[in-house]
Ligand binder design. Sequence first.
Ligand SMILES: Cc1cc2nc3c(=O)[nH]c(=O)nc-3n(C[C@H](O)[C@H](O)[C@H](O)COP(=O)(O)O)c2cc1C
Ligand code: SF4
Ligand code: SF4
Length: 241
Amino acid sequence: MIFYFSGTGNSQWAAQTLAQKLKDQAQDIVQLNQIPSLEQEQQVGLVFPIYAWGAPEAMVDFARKLKKTGAFSFGVCTCGADAGLAMKKLSKIFPLASSYSIAMPNNYIIGSEIDDDDTIARKLSSAQAELETIAGEIAQKKCVYRVQEGKHPALKSNAINMGFNKFARTTKPFYALDTCNGCGICEKNCPASAITLENGRPVWKQQCYQCMRCIHDCPQSAIQYGKETAGRKRYHLRDYL
Ligand SMILES: Cc1cc2nc3c(=O)[nH]c(=O)nc-3n(C[C@H](O)[C@H](O)[C@H](O)COP(=O)(O)O)c2cc1C
Ligand code: SF4
Ligand code: SF4
């Protein structure tokens, strides 16, 4: 079984592509009602995006609840550029025999413009090839650590990641423009259940995962985060596949 968490589809696509190549199944951890037993599994994969050089809280919590298993275990993260020590830190919670990072389009619209079309096409093409290689290595149960850690990984995955989880996950700057038509898609799809519609407009709980799904997937592009996201292009993986 390949368990995944994904905000804007990159990690979902990676998990489903791997599952297809390995004749396995990909399961969204947000849709699970209970922690699965791993007794019957030949292999267990965790696939997720990198948030501030760490694994998302949802994936860390899930990994904590999993029972140790004799199955071959692997982790694959998708990231805009580098993952720091995220995989090594996750492996201390749920031991991973193999760890990989795959560079994919950067969805962090709060921090910068999303990648240009050429960069997105290049990253997706490399990711396809890398997934083929990863699937082959997993099928052979090879132990591999192929993670782009980047510069100063310890600083990024410790102090900066802690700062992100403590301070940067506030939803205060979120708001919807008047173009919001109250369709409810943001409320329905938020993996943190952090959005409710009040008088036909989204209202956010105090904290969320910062997965960026609501901003990118609003059909009206009505959701903004402070001043940073106005005028920035939204990202939809389906437009590039
Ligand atoms: C809150 C947040 C923090 C991020 N931090 C990093 C990072 O530290 N390093 C990196 O290379 N990419 C970072 N990214 C980019 C994502 O990891 C990347 O776009 C990922 O493929 C998104 O996957 P998804 O579509 O499955 O959500 C960040 C994205 C978000 C939303
Ligand atoms: S998805 Fe967009 S248009 Fe629909 S309710 Fe949310 S903010 Fe409004
Ligand atoms: S509020 Fe938006 S960014 Fe935060 S977890 Fe929900 S969908 Fe993701």
